[in-house]
Write a protein that binds this ligand. Structure first.
Ligand code: 3PG
Ligand code: MG
Length: 385
């Protein structure tokens, strides 16, 4: 059992709190297309403000790689946050330095200050203690709800909380909720346990995949990830997205527990049998109807389900059928169900079945690693003992 110290155990009254959130939200230009990650921080924000704390909010957005880049500015989040909290949200154009320090120092009880993207500084991803010390100047307490980034040993996730003693650092209500639900899956006793996995790549997911192969009874694999496994089995995948560097890994973890698509939908919306293979120019963009049926059959019998990653290019209507059918099958299953990852969560919400999922995680890579049994640095530093 993982137990962390939580925000309600801190005496934050009248103090300034550094609140690490994961507002790495999907954007179309400057429009937020899904505000779930912001909404999910509202309970902690309410608690902090009720206790008269002043809150300094910090997040990353995208991967600007240590450079200032307007494309990855957190500015679009400011208005949504103000709307959802009813508060006046102040803004600092840099997450460290004199402006942020002055604005944080002047912040009154119940007020919010949103900082610009942490990843505009290389020190964030480098877990640099000097960068962490610059952030520490902004607040007396540290609270983390950035579950989606808790698998990253970055400065605001690991080095910074370590600068605060146990009485001054804690997890927020969202982090606590994520741990509670995901733990139910890792301690799974209700079988079959089925993992439904998709998304583009295998790279970066190898360790969790290997661990899941041991834990789950069946792994249903669709989306781009399936192409790589199919290629590893010698199927001609044509022009489909294949993670070439991971073919050897896919061969290594081949097991009868892994179930792959038997048919796929290609660019002109026609269906191709995987057994026949794809021609050079054909591209798999969704799972086909026989695969949907096969996967749905397995999900129906499951008692525990973890889903991460879409089954195809579901942002295009023509290739959304597989992902939407899986959303429905997961929702209708008589099982404990957890969905993680921005795109699968988006799909579940679009499908209208979100309220029938036991837990929608705000973390993609993080929930996958947690379920696979990894120790996440952001959680580790907040453990109660
Ligand atoms: C995510 O969206 O997966 C998290 O915010 C972490 O982002 P990262 O994968 O760029 O570290
Ligand atoms: Mg990610």
């Amino acid at each position: 059992m993982i137990e962390i110290r939580t925000v309600d155990q801190l005496h934050v009254d009248g103090s300034r709190v550094f609140y690490r959130v994961d507002y790495n939200v999907p954007l179309e230009g400057t429009t937020i297309t899904d505000a779930t990650r912001i909404e999910e921080t509202l309970p902690t924000l309410r608690l902090l403000r009720e206790r008269d704390a002043a809150v300094v909010l910090a997040s990353h957005l995208g991967r600007p790689k240590g450079q200032r880049n307007e494309k990855f500015s957190l500015k679009p989040v400011r208005a949504t946050l103000a709307e959802l909290t009813g508060a006046n949200v102040q803004w600092a154009d840099d997450c460290i330095g004199p402006e942020a320090e002055q604005k944080a120092a002047r912040l009154k009880s119940g007020e919010l200050l949103l900082l610009e993207n942490l990843r505009f500084h290389a020190g964030e991803e480098d877990n640099d203690p000097r960068f962490a010390r610059a952030l520490q100047k902004l607040a007396d307490y540290y609270v983390n709800d950035a579950f989606g980034a808790s698998h990253r040993a970055h400065a605001s996730i690991e080095a910074l909380p370590l600068l605060y003693d146990l009485e001054h650092r804690a997890g927020g209500l969202l982090l606590a909720k994520e741990i509670e639900f995901l733990q139910k899956i890792t301690e799974v006793s209700d079988r079959p346990f089925v993992a439904l996995l998709g998304g583009a790549k295998i790279a970066g997911k190898i360790e969790p995949l290997e661990a899941l192969v041991k834990r789950a009874d069946t792994l249903l694999i669709g989306g781009g990830m399936a192409n790589t496994f199919l290629a590893a089995r010698g199927v001609n995948t044509g022009a489909s997205l294949v993670d070439k560097e991971s073919i050897e890994v896919a061969k290594r973890i081949a097991t009868s527990k892994i179930v792959l698509p038997v048919d796929v939908v290609i660019e002109d919306s026609s269906v191709v049998d995987v057994a026949k293979g794809l021609t050079e120019k054909q591209k798999a963009l969704d799972i086909g109807p026989r695969t949907i049926e096969k996967f749905a059959e397995v999900l129906k019998k499951a008692r525990t389900i973890f889903w991460n990653g879409p089954m195809g290019m579901f942002e295009h209507q023509e290739f959304a059928k597989g992902t939407m059918a899986m959303a429905r099958a997961v929702a209708e299953a008589d099982a404990i169900t957890v969905v993680g990852g921005g795109e699968s969560v988006e799909a579940v919400k679009e499908s209208g079945y979100a309220d029938r999922i036991s837990h929608i995680s705000t973390g993609g890579g993080a929930s996958l690693e947690f379920i696979a049994g990894a120790t996440l640095p952001g959680i580790q530093v907040l453990r109660a003992s």
